[in-house]
Design a protein around this ligand. Structure first.
Ligand code: ATP
Ligand code: MG
Length: 580
């Protein structure tokens, strides 16, 4: 405490000389010094006194005492028949229990941010309650003011009104009842399907699991997309970035990954940050149509929501994911997208007058995303063995992956899937750039069957890209080069996949084995997708037992591989143009 503390006593009648000396004694005991003391008339305080020392309030008014009585009763300190004999004791207790309640005053408010005077002991991340009942969260602590982000509409708050500390940090309601629902960043349902009963509350900010609590990523999380599962496999507990310009099919990949989790015991959480409300509605409908909403939760902070709500959305989604992970379940969480999240955070930081750095982002922008993505993990068996796999999405401008936010997030994640506009518009969808994409840990998670089937696919495609320029002079090429080009083009065609049509593991294996064995050589490029579609269905019909063996064991025996090649070669004959 500084030397300058002053006490002000409020009441409707002035204190008697005896009361005054008791207050002075109380202050002396409390602050271990003489505290200057003045009385101000306040007719709103009935029967009693309110003493304010700096930001601390000691309430002995009727309202204050009544509240403490209710609190004590709620805590079952005095109950039933004991009430009357204990009443005297209780009254004494109240006086002792007159806890300081910190109250501050709003200095400025606007853009979802309030600056508050007082609240000396407020903690970072603590929830504050404004006079009108609106909630906010402490976001910056300065020498004598507190910066606070406001979660609800801020028009009820005016300068000069009071703010109370709650002593609690922000938390998100969680529970199984959230499955199939659309909620905002505070866990409030926005799908019009009634209230959700929360099983518990999880803090929105929480330290990531430590090293001891984790186990390595070695179980696959299949997306059902051939290009990803074959070359950039994702494991449970991994963080794989989806990065690309606007409208290159980023959300489509995430959506397909969710749809593919049907009947696979994986809970999906889709966090929409700063998107148009219409897009979120459409996405929810798509999930519902494919029966994927039953095991999913959509957490949405739309473009029209305030920056503070957009800022906390991914943490709230993660709190929900942690609830399921702690039950030993596997969770897939999508953050769509973290560029907009960074922009919302930048706006908050600038309004709070944090010093801007590169691209006007504040200095802690790296920590903003690292602390979020570090919370994805695969827990050890002792901890239940649950996992959170994260697919953060980042939007680039003009394919520039070296901008500030993309480089930051690339360095935090375990790999990236890079989508390219040129590929997208040339019809190569999903528009994954095979050269620039990687998956740093997922290789261990791939099943032996897919690994064996994939073989040299990446290398072959790299070779094809190098020779691609020559396609323009196709008439002057020798046969070997022509064959190489045709083979590469066939592979690229095979990797094209429509939306909402995930491939199962055995379908991927069948296609990969046939392609790598050059079975598709000679089929016109335009017919490749027709061929793979027929290959999948007819192979399942004829060799159902091989398909289920691959799915169940995750292994591909040499006999089965030969059977696939034989089958595909025969089928391919049908597609090769006959020479007239
Ligand atoms: P935004 O930057 O607006 O978020 P985005 O990168 O998330 O865009 P999407 O919305 O996923 O892109 O996709 C853009 C369009 O491309 C959509 O209309 C989608 O239906 C289409 N699309 C995406 N993937 C495929 C695909 N594999 N096959 C056909 N169409 C696709
Ligand atoms: Mg999108």
């Amino acid at each position: 405490m500084t030397d300058e503390i002053r006490a002000v006593l409020y009441s409707d009648v002035p204190p008697s000389a005896e009361q005054e000396s008791r207050f002075k004694q109380f202050l002396k005991n409390k602050y271990e010094q003489e505290v200057p003391f003045e009385w101000i008339e306040d007719t709103s305080i009935k029967e009693g006194f309110q003493l304010r020392v700096g930001a601390e309030v000691y309430d002995w008014s009727r309202g204050g005492v009544f509240r403490q009585f209710v609190d004590a009763f709620a805590a079952r300190k005095y109950r039933g028949r004991d009430t009357i004999p204990l009443l005297k004791e209780a009254l004494e207790d109240w006086e002792l229990a007159a806890l300081p309640e910190e109250v501050g005053t709003v200095l400025t408010v606007g853009d979802g941010i309030a600056e508050i005077d007082g609240l000396e002991n407020a903690a970072y991340g603590e929830i504050l309650i404004f006079e009108s009942g609106v909630r906010g969260m402490v976001q910056s602590l300065k020498e004598d003011t507190v910066g606070c982000i406001i979660f609800d509409a801020d028009n009820d708050i005016s300068a000069g009104t009071s703010v109370k500390r709650s002593g609690k940090t922000a938390s998100m309601p969680v529970g199984d009842a959230f499955l199939g629902r659309v909620v905002d960043s505070l866990g409030v349902p926005i799908d019009g399907l009634g209230p959700i009963e929360a099983a518990d509350y999880n803090p929105i900010e929480r330290p990531a699991p430590g090293i001891i609590d984790r186990q390595p990523v070695n179980q696959p999380l299949n997306t059902g997309l051939l290009v990803i599962d074959s070359m950039f496999p994702i494991g449970r507990g991994q963080r794989e970035l989806i990065i690309g310009d606007r409208q290159t099919g980023k959300t489509a990949i995430a959506l397909d990954a969710i749809i593919n989790q049907k009947d696979k015991n994986c809970i999906c959480i889709y966090v929409a940050i700063g998107q148009k409300t219409g897009s979120v509605v459409q996405l929810t409908e798509t999930l519902r149509k494919h029966g994927a909403l039953d095991y999913s939760v959509v957490v949405a902070a739309n473009a029209s929501d305030s920056d503070p709500l957009q800022y906390i959305a991914p943490y709230a989604g993660c709190a929900l994911a942690e609830y399921f992970m702690e039950q030993g379940k596997d969770v897939l969480i999508i953050y769509d997208d973290l560029s907009k999240h960074a922009v919302a955070y930048r706006a908050i930081s600038l309004l709070l007058e944090h010093p801007p750095g590169r691209e006007a982002y504040p200095g802690d922008i790296f920590y903003l995303h690292s602390r979020l993505l570090e919370r994805s993990a695969r827990l050890s068996e002792e901890k239940g063995g649950g996992s959170i796999t994260a697919l953060p999405i980042v939007e680039t401008q003009d394919g520039d992956v070296s901008a500030y936010i993309p480089t930051n997030i690339i360095s935090i994640t375990d790999g990236q899937i890079y989508l390219e506009e040129n590929l997208f518009f040339s019809g190569q969808r999903p528009a994954v750039n095979v050269g620039l994409s990687v998956s740093r840990v997922g290789g261990d998670a791939q099943t032996k069957a897919v690994k064996k089937a994939t073989g040299s696919l990446r290398l072959d495609l790299a070779q094809y890209r190098e020779m691609e320029v020559f396609t323009k002079f196709s008439s002057d090429l020798d046969d070997a080069t022509k064959n190489q080009l045709e083979y590469g083009m066939g592979l690229m065609r095979m990797l094209r996949q429509p939306q909402y049509k995930p491939y199962s593991q055995h379908q991927q294996v069948v296609m990969l084995v046939s392609a790598i064995a050059h079975c598709m050589q000679g089929i016109p490029a335009a017919d490749i997708n027709k061929f793979t579609a027929e290959l999948n269905t007819s192979f399942e019909d004829v060799h159902g037992e091989i398909c289920s063996e691959i799915d169940e064991t995750g292994q591909l025996s040499d006999e089965n591989k030969d059977a696939i090649i034989e089958f595909a070669t025969k089928l391919a004959e049908k597609y090769k143009p006959t020479e007239e």
